[in-house]
Write a protein that binds this ligand. Structure first.
Ligand code: HEM
Length: 482
């Protein structure tokens, strides 16, 4: 059958796609219109749940090229040999809005990279900001609710966001980034990506190193002022990426890492696993390790980008997690979301499938067998249990055992209130390196939302700005009065 003959979903040729079978030209329809019904029934099932966060986004394929070997710190295969190229899929997104929202919302941007390595898929699920609003995962649903639409009016409501932030000063650093000129990237090509979290590398000697990813845009940072964003094309960021790749203007990022030894982590005066803080660049310099390039658009947005499933727990030997409490929460959250949103066999879909053999004893479930027979997913082997007596069945490989992770000696199991910590110095440092224009944009952007809040929320926010820098508070106070 050629591609030009219309068929049913079972492959049978269709003679007439315009007219249902009816009793005479005026109807009614008869019971044997199974073809019409197939179309209507499939249409009813076209939607799957959108991502609960990061619903609006766009993705593309590309390549990561290693320019500096990291073999001293990790056994990860794709980070061994300079010049090694690894296929990637990247999805960029906004966070709070649904699929029907705007590309140029003032919002962090997701920066999720799937590396298809020969040891399995490694996902770097980061944002365009080096820190985050929270440091305990139990606050994530509360925080996201405060960013979403008002539950009564179904309209975005900045009063909710500031009410949360007034009660949660840990967020001040990220709030300062979000409300600054960096808060609205001019395109996905003109922003950086960060792991934000601290992760770990481990090498063949079993030594562990803490690290963070930084992906610096080679297109330069470009941002939109609030008034430019207000009149921008709602689909502008998505179109910009697709069109750039279509015309061969491939966007790229320089990949860098910051690395910290276990001893340095023990000696550090700050908590290196606190997601609301950056690591000082003078103490932990950025080391350039590779180039990330996007060079191929998807063929089908839904099949590939919408069904792409990124998980911070997708590690490969040589890369692992850290004690960061937020990261620990994320290690469980994503696969749970994928099973609900896409289905239990989401890892068999081409965009998610590893490009190396996949051998395990999980079986069946909705849509099992999506991977073609003879493909990488060997779910058809005879044994479906382990241990077994078969020489040719999959077995664990002890050579990739992760070294033990240290915890603080004598640590107690409890709920730790971190309210004593310094939420202000790094936010103030960021404010102090801004130009006068950037400081004014920051104050004006904050006043736009904070001006709608009640006096108590305004006072508590001003008190936070004051602790970061008195000039920060003075500028916001003046903008509120203007
Ligand atoms: C405890 C904190 C967090 C929780 C529980 C959480 C949960 C989620 C969930 C459920 C999704 C949707 C997944 C899907 O349906 O495919 C998601 C998407 C995403 N999250 Fe988080 N998240 C957290 C924090 C973060 C942080 C700190 C970052 C960045 C550093 C981040 C970056 C992303 C990105 C980029 C996506 C979109 C991935 C894609 O393009 O498919 N999240 N998150």
């Amino acid at each position: 059958m050629t591609k030009t003959i219309l068929t049913t979903s079972a492959g049978a040729p269709v003679a007439d796609d315009n007219n249902s079978i009816s009793v005479g030209p005026r109807g009614p329809l008869t019971y044997d219109n199974h073809y019409t019904f197939e179309k209507l029934a499939h249409f009813n099932r076209e939607r799957i749940p959108e991502r609960v966060v990061h619903a609006r986004g766009t993705g593309a394929y590309g390549t990561f090229t290693l320019t500096k070997s990291l073999k001293d710190v990790t056994i990860a295969d794709f980070l061994q040999n300079e010049g090694k190229r690894t296929d990637v899929f990247i999805r960029f997104s906004t966070v709070g809005g649904g699929q029907d929202s705007h590309d140029f919302a003032r919002d962090p941007r997701g920066f999720a990279v799937k590396f298809y390595t020969k040891q399995g898929n490694y996902d770097m699920v980061g944002n365009n900001t080096p820190v985050f609003f929270l440091r305990d995962p139990s606050k994530f649903p509360d925080f996201i609710h405060s960013q979403k639409k008002n539950p009564r009016t179904n309209v975005p409501d900045p009063r909710m966001a500031y009410e949360f932030w007034a009660n949660y000063p840990q967020a001040l650093h990220q709030v300062t980034i979000l409300m600054s000129d960096r808060g609205i990237p001019a395109s996905y090509r003109n922003m950086n990506g960060y792991s934000s979290h601290t992760y770990s590398f481990w090498n063949e000697k079993g030594e562990r190193f803490w690290f963070k990813w930084h992906f610096k845009t080679n297109q330069g940072i470009k941002t939109l002022r609030a008034e430019e964003a207000a009149v921008a094309d709602p689909f502008g960021a998505q179109m910009d990426l697709v069109e750039a790749i279509d015309r061969g203007d491939f966007p790229s990022w320089t990949a860098k890492v910051q690395i910290m030894t276990e001893q340095q982590a023990r000696d550090a005066e700050f908590n290196p696993f606190d997601l609301t803080k950056v690591w000082p660049h003078d103490e932990f310099p950025l080391i350039e390790v590779g180039q990330l390039e996007l060079n191929r658009n998807v063929d089908n947005y839904f099949a590939e980008t919408e069904q792409a499933a990124f998980a911070p727990s997708n590690f490969v030997p040589g890369i692992s997690s850290s004690p960061d409490k937020m990261l620990q929460g994320r290690l469980l959250a994503y696969q749970d979301a994928h099973r609900y949103r896409v289905g239990v066999n989401y890892n068999q879909l081409p965009v998610n499938a590893a490009k190396c053999p996949v051998n395990h004893y999980q079986r069946d479930g909705a849509m099992a067998g999506l991977s073609p027979a003879g493909g990488n997913h060997h779910q058809t082997s005879e044994a479906n249990y382990f241990p077994n007596d078969r020489d040719n069945a999959p077995k664990p490989d002890t050579s990739v055992a992760e070294p033990a992770m240290p915890i603080e000696a004598g640590a107690w199991l409890d709920r730790f209130d971190t309210g004593e910590d310094d939420h202000y110095t790094q936010a103030g440092n960021l404010f102090r390196i801004m130009t006068d224009d950037q400081k004014q944009q920051l104050a004006d952007n904050i006043a736009g939302g904070l001006g709608q809040c009640d006096a108590s929320v305004q006072q508590r926010m001003l008190a936070q700005f004051e602790k970061a820098d008195p000039d920060y508070a003075a500028r916001v106070a003046a903008a509120l009065m203007a």
